[in-house]
Design a protein around this ligand. Structure first.
Ligand SMILES: [Zn+2]
Length: 311
């Protein structure tokens, strides 16, 4: 087995990258191969079919109205070639955007960047703007909104510039465009809040900003219907995916009985001098619980003014 693995790695070094392999790292995210020029790839899981959420995929697949296409492709933005027709959607599909009971990071949301909205989803300058623009400075860290697997990470010539696309466990994909640099590679698993790139001004962009898209089977929805960018939280733990959601004026009705329980959730705005330990004890919780709720680590540097969820 060991000999097999070594010969396989050597093959990769010749096939994909003429650089010498200087390290292989085993992690929860998979096997990472590091080349001498400090680029890296993940060993592709050849059994992976692109499905991150089997519950959602089976609903889509069994609905004969939809005929939706989705594949796992590192080279194209839209794996259906935008063939998935929103008007075919007759039923509502339930997605779970945040699972506050979950013990794993996978079930949480994290803001991609903290900047204010500079442009909304919808009709703009004679064409559809398929995402929300968020202000940032070139070099600012851009983070994964939810956990999932990186599908696309490279320069895109059709306007996105440096683009990262992540397919999430919740059934959605998110796009992060105009990056100055991407710091993830395809097939890499990410947790919510993991750094995936640095903000920038590449592609069709006038001034540094993040163009952020949320898509369901390639169909873009208004990210502001899903995320409250001012508070840095999802609007509801549940997302009801139906035709109306994808219209600029559409909205996502919350499921009965499980509305955004603002009374259940509690947030704390970080002030100068705060530490996680002090915030935790003042709010009668633990550092690990705060880390879990916010997708951060105990060593994460707290940003003043940022809202931390503490319950
Ligand atoms: Zn934009």
């Amino acid at each position: 087995m060991r000999i097999l693995l070594i010969s396989f790695l050597t093959f990769i070094s010749f096939a994909g990258n003429s650089q010498q392999i200087i390290d292989t790292i085993q992690s929860e995210e998979g096997t990472m191969i590091v080349f001498a020029n400090r680029t890296w790839v993940y060993l592709e899981d050849l059994n992976f079919d692109g499905i991150m959420n089997h519950h959602v995929a089976s609903q889509v697949d069994t609905d004969s109205n939809l005929n939706y296409i989705q594949s796992w492709d590192h080279d194209v933005c839209y794996t259906s070639n935008l063939a998935n027709n929103v008007n075919a959607m007759k039923d509502t599909i339930w997605l779970c955007l945040e699972d506050s009971e979950s013990d794993s990071l996978d079930g949480l949301f994290h803001m991609p960047t903290d900047g204010i909205i500079t442009s909304h989803f919808g009709w703009r300058r004679g064409r559809n703007h398929n995402g929300t623009d968020l202000d940032l400075n070139t070099g600012d860290t851009v983070r994964a909104a939810w956990g999932g697997k990186v599908r696309y990470a490279k320069f895109n010539t059709s306007g996105f510039g440096n683009l990262v696309i992540i397919r999430h466990h919740n059934g959605l994909e998110t796009f992060y465009a105009h990056l100055s640099k991407h710091i993830v590679v395809p097939d890499q698993m990410v947790n919510p809040g993991d750094p995936i790139g640095l903000g920038g001004n590449t592609g069709h962009s006038y001034g540094s900003h993040l163009h952020f898209e949320v898509r369901f089977y390639d169909i873009p929805m208004n990210p502001e219907k899903v995320i409250d960018f001012k508070e840095g939280i999802v609007r509801d733990e549940n997302l009801m995916v139906h035709r109306g959601l994808f219209r600029p004026g559409g909205y996502a009705p919350s499921s009965s009985g499980k509305a955004v329980a603002s009374g259940d959730k509690k947030y704390y705005r970080v002030r100068s001098g705060d530490t996680l330990g002090a915030i935790a004890s003042r709010n009668r919780t633990t550092v690990s619980r705060i880390c879990q709720l916010n997708g951060i680590r105990p060593t994460t540097v707290l940003q003043i003014g940022k809202n931390l969820r503490i319950r």
